[in-house]
Design a protein around this ligand. Sequence first.
Ligand code: ADP
Ligand code: MG
Length: 136
Amino acid sequence: MGERTLAIIKPDAVKKRVIGDIIQRYEAAGLNPVAARMVHMSKAVAEEFYAVHRDRPFFGSLIAHMCSGPTVILVLEGNDAVKVNRELMGATDPLKAEPGTIRALHGASIEANAVHGSDCHETATVEIAYFFPDMV
Ligand code: ADP
Ligand code: MG
């Protein structure tokens, strides 16, 4: 049934009340939600999820943002789901994201950029197992 990827609607987008708009865009792009959870991340959970960025200068601030309110975490399934979702999201910096992408529409800054999406198939497998251990 196609590929799976992990998406997170970040605290800035939840506060902006665009959960429904973002999920509608996933569905319209052929990315079908097959699992979902609403999670207010603890520091430990966010730090482990973003461990690859541990040495980056923005790490502390990124973790603070991810823990600043609830998130919506989804597993999306469809053909080429990882790539389709990355295209739908747009570039990390909303100012550089293609018009019409989720980040161009809803991102507030390079940090508060509305959504997370797995960057490759292998990462998706690890990220899905982290938040949905029963799915693997
Ligand atoms: P992406 O989410 O597009 O895969 P990265 O994996 O490079 O981007 O970064 C993870 C997250 O860290 C970004 O989505 C963003 O929230 C934050 N981030 C990335 N680069 C910066 C930066 N230069 N300053 C502040 N936050 C950043
Ligand atoms: Mg990334």
